[in-house]
Write a new protein. Structure first.
Length: 456
């Protein structure tokens, strides 16, 4: 099955494209998704005959209550369809095996759990390494749900190679295509939300600058590939020790990732706490005023907004990721969780100068205040792009390096002055010592001193 994120020129497939073309008097065959690791003979029990294949009435009546024919015989009946091989190709993408996880992995613990999926810490039985296995909780009962779940796999696998994006290893279906498992690297240090916000701690300014540099670089890489994340928040950012000299920050959870024109975006837009103002419709009914307004539309961890959000129309969604990045940096700078609704929610999106000032004062960094202000710009056309934030971070890094070098030069000059003073004192001591030794030798020669000291 083609990965829509690997070829930006190919428009993403929509649910309407799941069915094969058909002419008058013919009924479409719904393409099922299965796994190439399974033999074709094992695919027959996966397909529910009555629900999967919409056959012509005469053929359906002729079957009666007989046992459904093998899949290959059904294809032979519909040999007029020119996409037989394409259907087989799609069929062999889904997995009918239900034992890969239990055979290949040993579950250690449940590392995280949400409303729709859970992440397991598991040890591979062969290589002994620890991995994260993400799998859905609710069974996938339709083609659309399988395609939606595969979109995260497609996006993450197409974005490999960047040091600040979660490493992807494998993906497979189990239990007749009802559960999708995705194997990624396991980051033991946890998310930034658990490390800082839940503990009421503020992130130091040095780490905030490193976070802004790492995340903006990852977003710029994604946007250059035509992909947007749409769920940037501390819950989806991990701290890693990939770089031995300093911590690095990794972004994961690509469950809402889509093309930046939004044509393949799902109805759920993201966490309301980090959502940009243009994602809302603007009417009082659409913008949440109280916590109760979110009760009917929360979808993931009681934080995600569903039908109340404005559907993503074809547009440039890159600015939404940048706003979420700014909200994330602001939250980690002040060390307090953002509100889901209400006046504080509105104020963060309307008075960006005040938010930037608060973030800068909390961490003591004017650079952080500047980054927050350009990221939280209410007008998406004037909001900075991810590559702009990268330039700001690089400029800050250059200034920091220049400042550090200047400090080293000042320390070096100070050491030189101290060394010069020590040299003068040492020379004086040597001169006095030589004068005293000469006088003592003269006294010994005159018989005034009989036993010279050991130092002479």
């Amino acid at each position: 099955m083609d990965n829509p994120f690997l070829n930006p020129t190919t428009p993403p497939k929509t649910p309407a494209e799941i069915r094969t073309p058909h002419t008058a008097g013919q009924f479409p065959i719904i393409k099922k998704i299965a796994n190439a690791s399974e033999s074709f003979q094992n695919l027959a029990p996966v397909l529910d005959f009555d629900e999967t294949f919409l056959l012509p009435p005469d053929l359906k009546n002729s079957l009666g209550t007989r046992k459904p024919e093998p899949v290959d015989s059904i294809f032979a009946t519909h040999d007029k369809h020119k996409e037989k091989h394409e259907i087989l190709k799609v069929l062999l993408v889904a997995s009918t095996q239900g034992r890969k996880f239990s055979l290949d992995f040993e579950q250690v613990r449940v590392a995280g759990k949400g409303a729709f999926s859970e992440v397991l810490q598991a040890r591979h039985r062969l290589d002994g390494c620890t991995y994260a296995i993400k799998r859905n909780i609710t069974p996938l009962m339709s083609d659309k749900s399988r395609l939606d779940s595969l979109q995260e796999v497609f996006a993450l696998s197409a974005l490999q190679g960047h040091p600040n994006i979660l490493r992807y290893h494998d993906a497979w279906f189990e239990e007749k295509g009802r559960y999708l498992h995705m194997q990624t690297e396991f980051l033991s240090e946890g998310t930034l939300y658990a490390l800082f916000i839940e503990r009421g701690k503020r992130m130091p300014s040095e780490e905030l600058l490193a976070l802004a540099a790492d995340l903006s670089s990852a977003l710029a890489f994604m946007h250059s590939k035509g992909v947007v994340h749409l769920d940037v928040k501390p819950d989806n950012i991990f701290r890693s020790n990939r770089r031995r000299t300093q911590n690095s920050f990794i972004i994961g959870d690509f469950g809402l990732a889509c093309h930046m024109d939004g044509t393949d975006a799902r109805s759920t837009e993201g966490d309301s706490r980090y959502l940009c103002p243009e994602a809302m419709d603007g009417s009082p009914k659409q913008i949440p005023d109280t916590e109760e307004d979110l009760s009917d539309c929360a979808s993931d961890d009681e934080d995600l907004i569903g039908d109340t959000l404005k559907p993503a129309a074809p547009q440039d969604l890159r600015a939404r990721d940048v706003f979420s990045l700014g909200a994330t940096i602001y939250e980690l700078a002040v060390g307090l969780p953002l509100k889901k609704s209400g006046e504080e929610w509105r104020q963060l999106r309307s008075d960006t100068a005040r938010a930037a000032k608060e973030a800068g004062a909390a961490c003591g960094s004017s650079e952080i205040a500047n980054i927050v202000q350009v990221c939280l710009e209410a007008n998406p056309s004037r909001r900075a792009l991810a590559c702009d934030v990268v330039d700001i971070c690089e400029a800050n890094s250059s200034r920091e390096q220049s400042r550090y070098i200047n400090q080293l030069h000042m320390q070096l000059d100070q050491l030189k002055r101290q060394l010069s003073r020590h040299q003068k004192v040492t020379n004086n001591l040597l001169k006095n010592g030589e004068r005293n030794r000469k006088r003592y030798r003269e006294q010994c020669a005159n018989g005034k001193k009989r036993f010279p000291p050991c130092a002479v």
